[in-house]
Design a protein around this ligand. Sequence first.
Ligand code: NDP
Length: 259
Amino acid sequence: MAGKACNVLITGANRGLGLEMVKQLAETSCPGRRIFAGCRDPSAPKSQSLQELAKQHPGVIHVIRLDVADLSSIKESAKQVGLFLGKDGLNLLVNNAGMATHEDMKTAGPKEMQDTFNTNIMGPMLVTKEFLPYLREAAKSSGEPGMSCSKAAVINISTILASIAKVPETVAFFPVFALPYRISKAGLNMLTVCNAVEFKDDGILFALLHPGWVQTDMGGAGGAIDAQESVSGMLRVMSDLTEKQSGAFLDYNGQSLPW
Ligand code: NDP
């Protein structure tokens, strides 16, 4: 499973799905595992649950300051993580950090568009770029054939709201329009497919996962499932990914989603 990936970086790990993913990965056994839990403000009260979790798993969970909307923070985090990695490299990067606003065309302005694009597209792009040397190292040093999340992979957390084919259905179903969010995540989908093609020969797998409609701060209390169910589903799906699914857009049950 993704559980076999030894060195893992998860962005936006202080709450919601990111925190739950750190927790579930820390609980699965993989000797020598290191989980780098990126969060933009490690000393803030909103990061307390992550800090407590890290204390329960000393030497396994490393809390790293990482603001995905700030290039200097991304570069600094890559330096810090690099000090731990050695020649094994980074097996798995989960670009989970994200933001959503509720606007439609009437209310969305340049600020909402820029902030959402910076976090949801530029963030994953620049984090991936800075950590690519470590992912390449993991792919090279692994003795495994093919591609997998335990070898070298980037999982970008997308959403069904990014599916162009499903716009009429999701607009009717969800209480908010979230225009900047939809557009940004559709861009993330394009980035991921392009990355899958560009880095195929490096042996790095890229895939998109929709976590379901989840009860987090972003998904709200009315979400269909809780974070535990979403993350255990996503980890199961990740564990089955091979080179055949590089560039795929799947939900937390492994169902393929239309673009
Ligand atoms: P939450 O709002 O609960 O958590 C968002 C996380 O992203 C927080 O840790 C937040 O950190 C972090 N974050 C936001 N901006 C930045 C930044 N610039 N740098 C670093 N971290 C940042 O959301 P979820 O856990 O629900 O969502 C996680 C992912 O899943 C997102 O990409 C989201 O789009 C996606 N998703 C969620 C769905 C749901 O129903 N919940 C449905 C479909 C997709 P901080 O505390 O500092 O703000």
